[in-house]
Ligand binder design. Structure first.
Ligand SMILES: [Zn+2]
Length: 408
């Protein structure tokens, strides 16, 4: 199985290159708007849409005309990419079970004389390369890049955008996952509580970091300051810029923290069990978690990291109760939000609310996985036995799809 990974890098374009990048961003937006208008016109005419093929040939035709010279000046693979993206957006808007709306015309927002447009170049026949600290982008040239981490495989696409006051490129690469582990040596449940702390049934804990809290306090402060200033004034602009910068910092801090935690979690255990956070947010946090979703990010990243390592990620089903269940005897207790510890009414075990919740999540996850035949419990070898009381599972063949075919 292959997975597409995305990494962001900082770019330091020269003034000429910067002008080109701004122009190309605007061109990509222009092409999107043009193709969308054409599609809508076509729809009004005969209720059909333009598909990628139609769009691509339309672009080809337009290039011949003087007034569309701006399309000709653009990287043609990047132009086709816009058409592909639009087709995807159209398809998504009309497929069932999706919440996407009909695509809209793109508007550009100016920040510090620069626009927030973006465009995506495709690596056809190795035209995008990183050499000597610069990335070669078609029709732009060799743009200096800060390669803070090495590439893992060949570049697929590069998206270039001006964000939070800096030039960034987001590089996608295809990476081969490790083959699924046959023997899974441990299962851990993770509870995420209202204080945004992750607690694992193996004793792992990670707090929502203080630096994030501090940055957020600063943000509220600046937002209040902005409200006091005259909209559009110099001082207003200044505060606006600081807010924008801070947003960038917060999102980098969040991502960094989420990567750290998910790396640690996926290193320590072979089967990871989480709760469905959307459901949990509805039950407990009244949406406060949705606004600042560090924890959601951790589950997302843990999922892909687990898959890369050939491990198992599982989310337990809806409305599964996890808090207030005794980890020794499964007695249920109704706890109020501020009761962090409780004593079991049946067996008198004094326990942490979060740890027992994590244990109960691990238990539910194990039942799920065994019941659906994804894993089977096996006897640990004597070597495994000696390391605490370890649970060992074997991946069943069922998930590989061969049995499904036979049954059908
Ligand atoms: Zn008990």
């Amino acid at each position: 199985m292959k997975k597409t990974l995305r990494y962001n890098y900082r770019l330091n374009p020269t003034p000429e290159q910067e002008a080109k990048l701004i122009e190309f961003g605007a061109t990509a937006r222009g092409i999107w708007n043009l193709l969308l208008s054409e599609t809508m016109r076509r729809y009004e005419f005969d209720t059909t849409f333009l598909f990628y093929k139609d769009m691509a040939s339309l672009l080809k035709e337009l290039k011949a005309f003087e007034e569309f010279a701006w399309i000709k000046a653009f990287d043609s693979a990047a132009a086709q990419q816009v058409a592909r993206d639009l087709e995807t957006a159209l398809k998504n808007a009309f497929s069932k079970g999706r919440l996407q709306h009909f695509p809209k015309h793109k508007v550009s927002y100016k920040q510090k004389k620069l626009h927030n447009d973006s465009f995506r170049a495709v690596n056809n026949s190795n035209c995008i390369r990183i050499e000597n600290g610069a990335i070669s982008i078609p029709k732009v040239g060799k743009v200096p890049i800060i390669l803070h981490r090495d590439l893992m495989s060949q570049i697929k696409t590069v998206t270039i955008q001006y964000r939070h006051g800096k030039w960034e490129c987001s590089i996608t690469q295809e990476v081969e996952c490790k083959t699924a582990l046959r023997v899974l040596n441990s299962i851990t449940g993770f509870d995420i509580n209202s204080k945004q702390t992750v607690v694992g049934s193996n004793g792992f804990t990670a707090d929502n970091p203080k630096f994030l809290k501090r940055s957020k306090e600063k943000l509220t402060h600046l937002q209040r300051q902005l409200a006091r200033r005259n909209k559009g004034s110099n001082r207003w602009q200044k505060t606006k810029q600081r807010i924008n910068k801070l947003h960038g910092k917060i999102s980098r801090q969040r991502l960094d923290f989420a990567h750290q935690i998910s790396r640690q979690i996926t290193n320590e255990t072979d089967i990871l069990v989480f709760e469905d956070l959307n459901i949990k947010a509805m039950q407990q946090f009244n949406g406060s978690m949705v606004a600042d979703n560090v924890m959601g990010l951790i589950t997302q990243l843990s999922k892909y990291k687990a898959e890369l390592k050939g491990k198992l990620y599982h989310e337990i089903g809806r409305f599964e109760k996890s808090t207030g269940i005794c980890s020794e005897c499964d007695q249920q207790h109704a706890l109020s939000l501020n009761e962090r510890y409780f004593t079991c009414t049946a067996c008198n075990t004094y326990q942490s609310r979060d740890l027992s919740a994590a244990k109960s999540i691990a238990k539910t996850g194990e039942l799920d996985l065994v019941a659906t035949g994804i894993v089977a419990r096996v006897m640990p070898t004597s070597q495994q036995k000696s390391i605490i009381k370890m649970k060992v599972f074997e991946l069943s063949k069922l998930v590989e799809g061969s049995e499904k075919k036979e049954a059908a």
